[in-house]
Ligand binder design. Sequence first.
Ligand code: SF4
Length: 325
Amino acid sequence: MYISLHKWTNIPFNIFNMSRSKKQNSDNRRSFLRKIGGITLGSAAAMAGGVSLANAAGIKSGDKVKLLSSDGSLIEVDRDDISMASPVPAPENRNREGIPGKKFVMVIDLAKCRNAKKCMKACQQEHQLHPSQHHINVLEMQDTEKTKPYFMPKPCQHCDNPPCTFVCPVDATFKRSDGIVLIDNERCIGCRFCIAACPYSARSFNWKEPKDAKKYAGQEYDIEKNVPQKKGTVTKCVFSADRLRENKLPYCVSACPNGVYYFGDYNEDAVTNGTTKETVRLSELLAENGGYQLMPELGTKPSVFYLPPKNRLFKFDEAKNESNI
Ligand code: SF4
């Protein structure tokens, strides 16, 4: 880009005025050279630092760029005013590290789910959720017109390749070494990119004040429980990470009266049933019962496995009316 001399030095044209005295011209020439020298040095330093000459002299290119401001409005700035911000370091000691050596998995036996929804209720109570909010949702499913409907609990799948974490611009959501995907609601800016990226619709947004907000006010934030919840941030299932630190099963798993949930460690190849407390081999449970993951073709590698709804012992319509939620 060509920039005229008078423009980038801010030197008025009259220094070249030949009608002035010789001394005036000489003084002006010295002043001019001083300014040029200063600019040259400044420019060299600026160039060395990767700043354009025009930018170093405070001249804007005029190229406008549209940006989303922190309050959600669209603003326009000169391209020369943009510089890269240093990444904000993630806070330490916020339980961003997983439990060493662990890789948590959940198995959900669809043949046993009869819509009791105790899992949902326990989760809502522990995670400060309104009745309309859920980290785990029991869905009514029917694969084809000829097959029977069934109930399917659906939590966050704690994917090993989680698209939600890749799109977060502030590192508020992340995957730990033990497989759990968490959200730090003190970093979440509510952009909801993660909600759009999740193919399992596992995340939701706190549009209004959380349930019992006054009761939780002033309580220290627990990232492993995601409590207190915060208006304007995203929330989802956390695999009861706080309970796992105490070697306990997740709230939903323990609350189920029907033996639907198994939870355990992939590395140990062992999972425990939340109702019967029986511990079995994960690999055998999956192989013998046709275990599968949701939408494996996406490559998200969920940590939640399902056993198909075979040999059910209850009538769907009766179970449909069983829940009191
Ligand atoms: Fe992220 Fe959705 Fe996978 Fe959970 S299910 S880890 S929210 S992509």
